[in-house]
Design a protein around this ligand. Sequence first.
Ligand SMILES: [Ca+2]
Length: 330
Amino acid sequence: MLRPLITTLLLNLSFCSVLQAQTHPGADAFIAQAVADHELDADEVSAVLADGAFQQRIADLIARPAEGKAWYDYRPIFITDQRIAEGLDFWRTHEALIAAVAEQYQVDPQIIVAIIGVETFYGRITGDFRVLDALTTLAFYYPSDRTRDRSDFFSKELMQYLLLSPEEQLPLREVKGSYAGAMGLGQFMPSSYRAYAVDFDGDGRRDLWASTPDVVGSVANYLHVHGWEPGGPVVRAVNPSDAERSLPEQSNYKPWQSVLSFHEQGFKSAPDLDAERLAALVRLEERSGDSFWLSFQNFYVITRYNRSPMYAMVVYQLSEALREGMEAGA
Ligand SMILES: [Ca+2]
């Protein structure tokens, strides 16, 4: 009688582990897709997913991002004396590298430093969540039934993470990142890591944690590939005329109408701008009413990093503070 019992136990155990691997809702379809689209091994993918844990804290954090705040509450989080001072330290420490990268990728150096500053405080805060848990939680348990596209977004990022890990010899189950699964000093999502990270120090790996050349080069390459215009304007404040204003419809911040046309609609900017230059309109919630800005190609490029216009604006404002600090302290 003993032998059948053991067999039954073993069968139950292996049955349990199969169940465990398929616990996440939608995991079967994900595994099938991994096999069909990327020729990954079903058992390996299943085992990895089984090790990815739902974390309530990740679901809570994604539901209330900083970008949900009003501009007047958002800005002071990022534009601080400390973030400016540490940015100047970072820039001076890596000045030759940053200059070389900026030249090679045709990107303004202050923007590279500002992005790393806003994302991770120059590498001090790169995230303490297991990327596998973050992406598992957001791919299979995105906290709303009306956000199927967000769930799909993270499902794709999880797949990219499975592909990225062997390419860059990243320990799949150990890598830490943000609650959204963003990695390294520049907080690259897996798809961006695969597509835009560069091995600037030439050691054969793209290391977005320990290699400052790779980090700085990767952020610059991301901006370059998305159309950065070196030395170009980012935003300009506009003083809306008192005339009745109807705000134009915009689906994003891609420049779409000339400065002149905005001017004719009552959004008047400084006279140094080329009247034919294309712009978009940014509106931010100040304590004393709204402020309006014309934004240009470079602002749009920053929104490719993070869709929020508030994000793009703090990156720009921090970059200007850093540029001024370098010029003053040089
Ligand atoms: Ca490298």
